[in-house]
Ligand binder design. Structure first.
Ligand code: AMP
Length: 214
């Protein structure tokens, strides 16, 4: 299975990709997670990505494309297939991915476009809390920790990620509408897009499964 998941920040791409990985085996590859891991490990790539990420802007295409090509070239990915989450986010990235498909003699099965209104994104993301230590995610309203400010799983401190602050969320939405919508149009021309209204986790998952014929 080779699937691209697109949609605004906070729509639940990561959650759905994780479910698809658990239940169908293809690998969940999140460009945002890879950048955050590089940032945490203080690699050169992480340092380069940091300033863009903190401002809610996109990391430049050449850097992002090189990083994803390295990840996609691993034998495990070739064997199991993948669910791309957060990539491609620009038409240049989509073209680079198509080139990778051509070189590897494989095809994309579908593009799942998850949709939700902007105000709902702001509401969901501005309540998001992340554990500084283990990365577990909570929500002030929908999924609060047992003890305020403390991770249930590891006892670490819960913080609002800089890119989950309201001002940054609005900037990420602006960037999404401007640069990522054309990616959906690009795949629309290839007849690959399945549009899905994202609501609760399980009902959204059921709609994705139906769209993919699973
Ligand atoms: P995410 O968790 O997917 O929202 O990604 C967090 C941040 O990582 C984004 O706001 C960007 O700064 C950066 N990033 C993730 N994926 C990409 C991509 N495909 N192209 C450029 N920047 C990206």
């Amino acid at each position: 299975m080779r699937i691209v998941l697109v949609g605004p920040p906070g729509v639940g791409k990561g959650t759905q990709a994780a479910l698809l990985q658990q239940r169908h085996g293809a690998l969940h590859i999140s460009s945002g997670d890879i950048f955050r891991a590089e940032l945490k490990a203080e690699t050169e790539l992480g340092r380069l990505a940091k300033s863009y990420m903190e401002r809610g802007e996109l990391v430049p295409d050449d850097v992002t494309i090189r990083m994803m090509a390295t990840r996609l070239d691993s034998p495990e990915v070739r064997e199991k297939g993948f669910l791309l989450d957060g990539f491609p986010r620009t038409v240049a990235q989509a073209e680079a991915l198509d080139e990778w498909f051509r070189q590897n003699g494989v095809r994309l099965d579908a593009v799942i476009a998850l949709e939700v209104e902007d105000e709902e994104v702001v509401r969901r993301l501005s309540g998001r809390l992340t554990c500084r230590q283990c990365g577990a995610i909570y929500h002030r309203e929908n999924h609060p920790p047992k003890v305020e400010g403390v991770c249930d799983a590891c006892g670490g401190e819960l913080i609002v990620r800089k890119d989950d602050q309201e001002e940054t969320i609005r900037e990420r939405l602006r960037v999404y509408h401007e640069t990522t919508k054309p990616v959906v149009d690009y795949y629309e021309r290839q007849g690959l897009v399945r549009r899905i209204e994202a609501r609760e986790v399980e009902s959204t998952y059921a709609k994705i499964k139906a769209a993919l014929g699973l």
